[in-house]
Structures are given as structure tokens and as C-alpha cells.
Design a protein around this ligand. Structure first.
Ligand code: NAD
Length: 375
């Protein structure tokens, strides 16, 4: 069975796998093919993949034609689907709720598409959970970027020339990214406050040594997978009102709020940005799903009344080598879980809880109920 890793397109810096993971696939008995230059953006030479036992493909078209499994980070260019073999498996992030045509094309070409964002949040699937592995690094990178942009130090410093006060950081949304943002800001010595609509998070925030901000927005819900449910307009207003003062006193605001399968909630208004001190910084980590901050723009630094709003859409790419390492491991863990060592093929059982959650097309049909319901 042949597994192919095409080089990522455009601005992507991460590589789908590093040579250590290529070797693990070879040891499993797969024929591993990587496109020439796969690791060049993370300074990993083709020879290292060859040393691990992978073949280097100079023609993407030929490699796509013969691959049984194709793995990437980002969704494929639409025109490449016709190069894939019927019944081959394609694994990547797919944004399936928005990429309806792509989903239909996968079905049309009879490709089994696995959407990495739909890997269920169950214990058995944690090792395959690329949303979490990337969000964790993104949370770290967001704080590092904010610390580089702001014109003050994060830690308190007591010097002969006087005392420098610590920076105040406010983290809005405490999932995987938010928790890592809090931990990183604390390590750098900042004073950290955080808020999330899910009350269960309070304990986690406190255990990291940060303060949980309490805002009464009435009853909130979460899904069985731990995702927040959408707030009502009235609740968002109550939240904004409750946060106004904290934002205005913060040197850095980091927003990570997401609602699964929906546009990100708009939490920080222009009025709230205006109330912040000139020189302060906002990192909108939800910029690619619509943005938590009014005025933020993907891949831009926006300046509003002296406040810098950072909207980097690929924060894991700031630590691309580590992001590649953990993403590759997620993919490996998924394939290894279903690999039949004797038959040297995948047990593609759609009754399996994990596959039921993340396989979206199979045998020419859209098979995922959640995706089907949004078509
Ligand atoms: P996410 O990226 O969907 O959202 C980020 C955070 O934003 C969430 O904590 C959410 O509650 C919060 N949020 C949504 N609307 C908000 C608003 N209006 N204001 C403030 N915050 C708002 O979340 P995630 O990082 O994917 O994690 C969601 C949950 O799933 C977390 O509890 C996480 O620990 C859990 N999780 C479980 C597993 C598992 O395998 N069991 C794996 C990963 C994550």
C-alpha cells in the first residue's frame, strides 16, 4: 500500500510529516512517498526522508495517480482530486461545513475523505486530535507574538532604577489554545486573567495560577464533546459589557473563542478597542473563522487608536517544526490504529466511533451525518 505526502501549497510553512514519522510508516510496511521539497520550509532535506526509507517523488501527478492514501495538512486543490485513484483515502483538514463543493467532489471521485477537524473528542482519539495539537502550539505562539509586539516587559522587574510592573494579559476563551496561552504568559511572568462561557474552565484557569473573571451571562451549554454552544445576542451583549473594563486595563488581550462548526463569536467591539491604552496589543486567534475582534484582518497587523490587532491565521506555522512533528504523529496514530499488519491494509470500518466521526465521504456517498445535515 502506498502513502503519499504532497508538499503543502502557498504560504504554508509546516510539513505534513518529518522523517522520524516517515520511518515509522516504513516500519509498519507502507510504501512511503514524499514530494520533493516536502520539508524544505522547516529545513529538512529530502535526503533525510530518503534515509528514513521514503521515496522522493519529482512528479506530484504520478504520485497522486498511484497512491492509496494521500495525507496533507490543508485541503487539496480542487483540480487535483481527479488525479487520485478511485477508493483511495485522503486525510487533511477540510473545513467541510464551508467547503461544500469540495465535499461533493470527493464523493463524485469516489475518494474516502477524512476531515481532521472532525476527529471526535474521545479518549481513544486524543492521539489523533490534530485540532488540539495545533491549537496548543498556536496558544504558545500567540503569546510570544504579543510579547514581541508590545513595548513593555511581561514580568515584573525590581531594579535599582525602579520597579517595572508586570503586563496584564486577558485571555478570552479557555480551550486548548487558551490554556496554553495562559500557561505561556504565566511562565513569562505576566499577570493573567481569563474568561470562558463554560464554567467548568474556572478550575483549570486557577490551577495555572491565573484569575478567572466571572461575568453573569445566564445559563450556557456545552456539547457532549466539550465544545461551547453559541450564545444568544443578548448574552454576547452581557459578556461585552462585563469585559469592557478588563479589556481597557489589559496590556494584551488574546481571544481564542470558537463555536464548533459556526463562525467565531464577535466579542471585542471597536468601542472596547478604543477604550484600551495606546500601545496595547490584541491577538485575534479566531481570525480565520470570522474573528472575535471587530476590525481584525487575516494575516495583517491592524492599528486602531494606537492598539495593534494581530490577525495571524497560521500561528502553529510560527513553530512550524514542532507543529509538523505533532501533526505527523496524529496522522501516523490514526493510520496505525486501523492498520492490519498481516493484510498490510487498513480496516476501514465505518461503525468505528472515530471513523464514523471523521470520514465524510466513502464509496461515492457523503456518509457523515453532521456534514450531510449542513449540505
Ligand atoms: P474551541 O477551539 O472550540 O473554543 C475555544 C474556547 O472558546 C472554548 O473553551 C469555548 O468554550 C470558548 N468560547 C466559545 N464562545 C465563547 C465566548 N462567547 N466567550 C468566551 N469563550 C468562548 O475549543 P477547544 O480548544 O477545541 O476545546 C473545547 C473543549 O474540548 C475544551 O474543554 C477541551 O479541554 C476539550 N477537549 C477534549 C479533548 C478530549 O479528547 N477529551 C480533546 C481536546 C479538547
Amino acid at each position: 500500500m502506498q502513502i503519499f505526502f504532497p508538499k503543502e501549497e502557498g504560504q504554508e510553512i509546516r510539513a505534513t510529516i518529518l522523517p522520524e514519522v516517515a520511518k515509522k510508516f516504513v516500519d509498519l510496511g507502507l510504501d512511503v512517498v514524499v514530494e520533493e521539497g516536502l520539508g524544505s520550509s522547516v529545513f529538512v532535506a529530502d535526503e533525510l526522508y530518503s534515509d528514513a526509507g521514503a521515496l522522493i517523488a519529482t512528479s506530484r501527478e504520478n504520485a497522486l495517480n498511484s497512491a492509496d492514501i494521500v495525507c496533507r495538512i490543508n485541503k487539496p486543490p480542487k483540480e487535483e482530486l481527479s488525479s487520485l485513484k478511485k477508493n483511495s483515502i485522503h486525510i487533511s483538514f477540510l473545513d467541510p461545513f464551508n467547503e461544500k463543493d469540495l465535499v461533493k467532489d470527493f464523493a463524485k471521485h469516489e475518494i474516502s475523505a477524512i476531515s481532521m477537524e472532525l476527529v471526535p473528542r474521545i479518549t481513544r482519539a486524543q492521539k489523533m486530535d490534530a485540532l488540539s495539537s495545533q491549537a496548543n502550539l498556536a496558544g504558545y505562539a500567540a503569546v510570544v507574538e504579543a510579547s514581541r509586539t508590545i513595548n513593555k516587559s511581561f514580568p515584573m522587574m525590581m531594579t535599582a532604577a525602579g520597579t517595572i510592573s508586570p503586563s496584564r494579559i486577558f485571555v478570552i476563551g479557555v480551550g486548548v489554545a487558551g490554556l496554553q496561552a495562559i500557561a505561556t504568559a504565566k511562565r513569562l511572568g505576566a499577570r493573567v486573567e481569563a474568561f470562558d462561557t463554560r464554567p467548568v474552565v474556572e478550575e483549570q484557569v486557577k490551577s495555572l495560577g491565573a484569575k478567572f473573571v466571572k461575568i453573569d451571562i445566564g445559563a450556557t451549554e456545552e456539547t457532549d464533546q466539550g465544545y461551547a454552544k453559541e450564545l444568544t445576542e443578548e448574552q454576547i451583549k452581557m459578556q461585552q459589557e462585563g469585559m469592557k473594563k478588563i479589556c481597557s486595563q489589559s496590556d494584551v488581550v488574546i481571544t481564542t473563542a470558537q463555536v464548533f462548526g459556526r463562525p467565531a463569536p464577535r466579542i471585542v467591539t471597536s468601542e472596547m478597542v478604543q477604550a484600551m491604552q495606546p500601545g496595547s496589543v490584541i491577538v485575534d486567534m479566531a481570525v480565520s473563522t470570522g474573528g472575535n475582534v471587530e476590525g481584525s484582518k487575516a494575516d495583517e497587523y491592524v492599528f486602531q487608536n494606537g492598539v495593534t490587532i494581530i490577525g495571524m491565521s497560521n500561528l502553529p506555522g510560527e513553530v512550524a517544526k514542532d507543529a509538523s512533528q505533532v501533526y505527523g504523529s496524529n496522522i501516523y496514530n490514526m493510520i496505525e490504529e486501523y492498520w492490519d499488519l498481516e493484510k498490510k491494509s487498513l480496516n476501514f470500518d465505518l461503525h468505528d466511533d472515530v471513523l464514523k466521526g471523521c470520514v465524510i465521504t466513502h464509496n461515492g456517498q457523503i456518509v457523515n451525518n453532521l456534514v450531510k445535515s449542513r449540505m
